[in-house]
Design a protein around this ligand. Sequence first.
Ligand code: GDP
Ligand code: MN
Length: 396
Amino acid sequence: MNLHEYQGKELLNSFGVRIQRGIVASTPEEAVAAAEKLNEETGTSWWVVKAQVHAGGRGKGGGVRLSKSLDEVRSVSDDILGMQLVTPQTSAEGKTVHQVLIAEDVYYPGESETSEFYMSVLLNRSTGRNMIMYSSEGGMDIELVAEETPHLIFTEEIDPKVGLTGFQCRKVAFNLGLTGTAFKEMTKFVYALYTAYDKTDSSLFEINPVLKTSDDKIMAVDSKVTIDDNSLFRHKDYVELRDKREEDPIEIEAGEYGLNFVKLDGNVGCLVNGAGLAMATMDIIKMAGGNPANFLDVGGTADAKRVEQAFRIILKDPEVKAILVNIFGGIVRCDRVAQGIVDAYKNIGDINVPLIVRLQGTNAEEAKRLIDESGLQVESVILLQEAADKVAEVLS
Ligand code: GDP
Ligand code: MN
């Protein structure tokens, strides 16, 4: 589950991580009230208005703008709220902005320069350990830094038996070139950040930039927080942080049916049992000259009801030009699945794209006969190669 910037920051702050202070708003009036409140609390008279969508690179897309008066806060918020924000991380149509975060300006001039750092906490899957990844080159595309100046990216792995040590926190601050107050602040920041990551069962924290202010405070100016979905059962209070408006409506519906569905932008829908077979099926579609319109694993129970729900979900996509069903009947018998397909087909009534069904495994021959004799516009095959050939045929 991904959080909005403002939610992530509040969560971090509850673990003692210093953040750029802000208040979320849904209307220009709320935005002005938020700016006034921040002025009372922090004395700031400049604010940044930040679009709250689940995508990075908002600054580049015009979703982060500095405002130097309350009037400007109002007009900038009015511009950003409701806009379709396009960033390097969104699709071409962008994402609708429903909320803005009004934040204090923290790039104020002072004794020393401000500096932007990059910091993330994530699982290193090859060692099975959490690690802190950080760089002096913050505020910009970390992918670009990784490509052009990889020596400026550091990692620090955490031994699960020992936890994050004071030495490691100091090493991070040292590698970032800090001294004095900023050095001490950074060690505290790193410790609090890692504690938050650990306690919230997150799978990713990405703070870009971590800012050193001109008066040597270290704070999170941005936050990308991903909570591990598998841990949500023990964080019941996080449920309300989910913003379904940020998710694909078809994926939400599929989730409600217990279908493992990911929308893709190809033209061949696929319905498969088992994630591995679903991946292989997507490869087959590609090799046949098509592009998968989705990933869909119906799980072990490919009964008529699930098959019907799956078809309905696939058919919502107007790009779909053909559907490939690929079921391996191990525990579930192919003839039962075939009957399910025939029933689902009849129930839906208007499936007007070619349907290719490949059933292999227990009672495969019987299943093929069932489909062939149903009189429906369904091509049934047993071999995977035949399925691929059929896909190529209907696309051409
Ligand atoms: P992103 O573009 O989605 O990653 O959004 P960020 O929250 O990282 O903000 C983008 C950029 O806006 C930052 O890298 C900063 O350069 C700038 N920014 C953020 N907060 C402030 C602020 O308080 N004052 C000023 N002047 N710039 C800010
Ligand atoms: Mn950022």
